[in-house]
Design a protein around this ligand. Structure first.
Ligand code: ADP
Ligand code: MG
Length: 716
């Protein structure tokens, strides 16, 4: 018996099976059935030769009268096949690269052809007719909607069509959806849907089948995620509540500003999570500067109040240091525990990085190990075995997209009971992405910026149609610097030989040669338009000491213009920097540009962001930049980003570049459907956590969870 898990050779044969695996990563019959049509094509009705009308799609059943072939020129042969069906005659021209036509095209053969009727020099013709050696199949297809598959030379669409039809004939397809859900949704059964998508009666059936199968994809995925959330919820954790009259209260009293309503609301969510004996597993999203750090710090202080420790994991050393500095500043004396004259409730802050001296490291790790340091900030160095906590209660991961699952787990494993986990990201995430890619996290969002944040105005500077404008850009930069402010100049690349530091978009018409590089632009500016000013540079290939040194000088106001790659994208805070010039801005993705400009307008002065591009007016690249210039709403931009990226980029494409099991689902289009599936899955998993009652669904969920292609499910 053949089912979806049978090897594809069961329906395709040994040799095609190898080709299928190689070309499409199809190894089971289920994979083959999930190789969905790209589109459909209406095959013409069976028609008499006497009734052919130009422009019509037809299928004709004829007898070959004569075959004449000749060479037209080098590498091109023409065959004229004369056919008849008793009602008329037709000459069908076939052009071939080689002196060869299918062997069934011989006089007296009964054949069936299909194609569009055309006229050439007043005579009726059949243009590029479809033909196969199977006349009966051709007759059966007449007037039908035929699927066109993603195909290759070795596995053409007609061969896929045959294999899939054969599979549908012999396979036993189990229903995955519970009967009550199926009835409630009014969906077709799974077997019917698979048949309909590959061999539909009409377009309406295609739409129904596709809706059902898209729901399947969303549902199985959401079942996996619901199970994960449930598992997390089953782990025991220590409840961490702030102590009345403790550190958190003292901190709140010392804050020089009042929390925004959003910060208060999110804080409450976090406190409620922390107070439960279940590990928190939450994503905190909010634009750069929306005040996430303060909110996260309050959660950390609540944990310290309860006698535990909190760790903050940052993606780079510069960022870890910056976090340490800003947390030290926010906490003031409350972060100087153990020092003379510190308040009773004070704790101490430890910074653990890779570049510490051995002695400093030893003493810091001791503080961490005995629990004197309530707040521990660090980079990957925190993950090393030598780092032991006294009682790790909360892990805050900053800018999680730079951390892998293993790294987060490594840190989690340092606690006796699983710690609470808070993931912070400044990259806005559309709701459906949050429900899928980050689907095992609860999310909190900070939507408003604290008062005092300055507007950033963004302008696209096209140099292709307005060559003089670049000069004006540098003039403007000089004015800004003359007014006492500082300027970022962002380049897509470090130097000519480097492929690493490019923006996220690599598909691009013109060559790389003209792309702005840090190495070229710095001297160009310091010897040219910004002569006499202090121009510095920063990029990822500098040593971390050199980077720190440049950043420190820039932060101290000793560098006027900083030429840099996207290393400045994350976190470093220089309020006096008010202008950003992004060169070859079209090399960067939408979200990246948005993230970059978050570096300016952080002080008391408005920010100016100039997106310089040589891309042509009305090109897609230019549209993208115009989109960034038009709004500062990060969420809207994230949607735009998602729309513009190749379909399936987020869900479908895995790290290995192969297609995932999610073939039909699209995050934006299917937002409502994903939401439904999420609610349905949550209800089902709550009632039957191990899917005892739903064997087929259990298999599907297990298969999806185990699939190495399902990386996107474990991204956090
Ligand atoms: P994020 O981590 O989201 O980028 P931060 O927490 O670093 O944002 O906050 C950015 C700046 O705004 C910091 O200098 C912080 O002290 C300040 N800030 C945070 N919350 C408020 C608030 N409610 N009112 C005024 N300033 C705030
Ligand atoms: Mg921050």
């Amino acid at each position: 018996m053949v089912d979806e898990s049978s090897h594809v050779r069961a329906v395709a044969g040994e040799k095609p099976a190898v080709l299928l695996e190689k070309a499409f990563d199809i190894s089971t019959v289920g994979d083959l059935l999930r190789h969905y049509p790209r589109r459909y094509f209406e095959r013409g009705e069976l028609t008499n030769l006497a009734e052919l009308r130009p422009g019509e799609q037809v299928t004709i059943r004829v007898r070959v009268v004569e075959v004449k072939g000749r060479q037209v020129r080098a590498g091109l042969f023409k065959f004229d096949i004369t056919v008849t069906d008793g009602t008329g005659r037709l000459v069908i021209p076939l052009f071939r690269k080689r002196n060869f036509i299918p062997k069934y095209l011989v006089p007296d053969a009964e054949i069936v052809l299909a194609g569009e009727v055309d006229t050439f020099r007043g005579k009726v013709q059949l243009k590029n007719p479809d033909m196969t050696d199977d006349a009966e199949e051709m007759v059966g297809d007449a007037g039908k909607l035929l699927p066109i598959y993603p195909a290759t030379k070795g596995v053409p669409t007609w061969s896929l069509r045959r294999m899939i039809r054969h599979a549908l004939d012999v396979i036993d397809i189990d229903e995955t959806l519970p009967a009550d859900l199926l009835a409630e949704k009014g969906f077709m059964g799974r077997a019917e849907a698979l048949r309909a998508i590959h061999a539909p009666k009409d377009r309406q059936e295609v739409a129904q089948a596709s809706a059902r199968l898209r729901y399947d994809e969303a549902f199985v995925m959401q079942v996996v995620l619901a199970q994960r959330r449930l598992l997390t919820a089953l782990e025991p954790a220590k409840a961490r509540a702030p102590r009345p009259g403790g550190l958190l209260e003292a901190f709140d009293a010392s804050l020089p500003f009042t929390l925004t309503a959003g910060q208060r609301a999110v804080s409450e969510e976090l406190m409620a999570d922390l107070a439960r004996e279940v590990p928190m597993h939450r994503l905190l999203q909010g634009e750069v500067g929306s005040g996430k750090t303060v909110v996260a710090l309050r959660a950390m202080l609540a944990v310290v109040d309860s006698g535990g420790q909190a760790a903050l994991l940052a993606p780079t050393e510069v960022l870890a240091q910056q976090h340490a500095r800003s947390i030290e500043a926010l906490m003031g004396p409350l972060g100087q525990g153990g020092q003379l004259g510190a308040a009773d409730e004070a704790t101490s802050i430890a910074l653990v990085t890779g570049s510490m001296s051995a002695a400093a490291r030893r003493s810091t790790l001791l503080d961490v190990g005995v629990g004197d340091a309530g707040i521990v900030i660090g980079t990957h160095a925190l993950l090393e075995n030598t780092v032991q906590f006294f009682d790790l209660g909360l892990v805050v991961v900053d800018e999680q997209h730079r951390f892998g699952v293993e790294q987060r787990d490594a840190l989690r494993s340092k606690a006796e009971t699983p710690p609470h986990v808070l993931v912070m990201t400044a990259t806005p995430i559309p709701r459906t992405v949050a429900m899928t890619v980050y689907g095992d996290l609860e999310t909190s969002t900070l939507t408003e910026l604290p008062a005092g944040r300055q507007a950033i105005s963004t302008t696209v500077v096209p140099t292709a149609d307005k060559p003089g404008w670049l000069e004006r850009v540098w003039q403007r930069a000089r004015e800004e610097i003359d007014a006492g402010r500082q300027v970022y100049v962002v380049c897509p690349r470090i130097d000519g030989g480097d492929d690493e530091q490019v923006g996220d978009l690599t598909e691009h018409g013109d060559g790389w040669a003209s792309t702005a590089t840090v190495v070229d632009v710095e001297p160009m500016l310091s010897q040219g338009p910004l002569q006499g000013l202090r121009v510095g540079s920063l990029h990822g290939r500098m040593t971390s000491d050199a980077k720190d040194d440049v950043m420190r000088r820039f932060a101290a106001g000793n560098i006027d213009a900083l030429v840099a790659t996207t290393v400045i994208e994350v976190g470093v805070d220089v309020p006096n920097a008010t202008m950003m010039v992004v060169l070859d801005a079209d090399r960067f993705g939408i979200s990246q540009l948005h993230q970059l400009r978050g570096r300016i307008g952080r002080g008391g002065h408005a920010g100016v962001c100039l997106l310089v591009t040589s891309s042509a007016a009305e090109s897609p690249a230019r549209e993208r930049l115009d989109g960034v210039a038009a709004t500062v709403d990060g969420l809207e931009l994230a949607r735009l980003d998602l729309e513009q990226r190749r379909e399936g980029d987020v869900l479908g494409q895995t790290q290995s570049g192969r297609r995932s099991q999610l073939k039909l689902l699209r995050l934006l289009r299917d937002e409502g459907l994903i939401e439904d599936a999420r609610a349905d899955a949550a209800a089902l998993v709550a009632a039957d956590p191990t899917l005892e009652q739903h064997e087929r669904l259990r298999e599907a969920a297990t298969a999806l969870a185990a699939d190495d292609r399902a990386d996107y499910l474990g991204k956090t």
